[in-house]
Design a protein around this ligand. Sequence first.
Ligand SMILES: [Ca+2]
Length: 356
Amino acid sequence: MKRLGNVRLLLAVALAGVCAGGLASCLGPGGPQVTITVTPSSGVVPLTIAFDGTSSTAAGGVTTYHWVFGTGDESYESTGTYTFVHAGTFVLSLTVRAADGSSSTESAEIVVGPAVWITDSNLGRIYKLDMSGKALLTFNSPSPQPQGITLAEAEGRLWLFVACQGGGLQRIYRLDPTDGSVTGEFSAPGQSPRELTYGADTPKRIWCVDGTSRTFYALDPTTGQVFESFGLSYFNSFPQVRKDSFLRTPAGLDWTPQALASGYLWYLEGENGLLFKMKIVPSYDIMSGTQLELVGDPLHVPISAVTAIDWDGGYLWVVDVNEHEIVQIDPETGERTGVKITRFPGAATAGMEIER
Ligand SMILES: [Ca+2]
């Protein structure tokens, strides 16, 4: 093992003999010496790295470079940049081939951490945080009182969508997540759009819950057109729902995928801290619409002032606005695990989206 810059080289090539005493003695009989330089080797999603293999040497010269990024992507350039668009730990490897046909491989570990997007309705700001709560980016909200926030795909790209209800104008804005510039907007359905989430099934939808009209809306991410809406009366037949305390104070909305199905919508009711799970049943013909089916008993989350939720890594995360914390919740019990994000900026966190 040796260190080069901030890169830890792993899995030193299996070369004949013991690789000790520096670079020269690592040269195998006829094999190239592979040197990976990568900057940075860790960061928050999306992470762009610069990679360089030109310090590698081989008797007779290097003929090919072959990079494998651990994501299914590869490159045959000696040097370049690459962006990891998902969080995770990746093994980056470089295989160098010499003129005589011999080759050697080195690897380096790249750690891409998740990011947490939050809105602050009091300051009118949008923050991108790392998991320690440090703000990496700060944008001004396009209009006052930003509420729900979600990442969603539209026109082949990933955007931030933010619901705002300031100034009596309820709008949903589409922002470039790199600089916060507004790239689109449409009027929000209902009078007080509260939470947003993205459903990546087909058709792709942004789900919005509105506290005044007490309705879930499914929107086209490109046009804002309402595909479907589900008001309080829609849920009449479900025994889990008590009408006096359902769709009254929306405190969280998220979507989780399910193999070969349309996934689940999760709704946290702020009146009683109950987390409801709804199966999305797609329309099976032109005459039937999408259905939402409440599944099982709601889970009680004993935090009194939740303003947003998100699922990540098998855990539910909730914003506790009074304590100014983002708290990890055990999905079996509804209780805190003890893991939380604190000391992030803002005064009244209103929306949250974890990017992984
Ligand atoms: Ca979400």
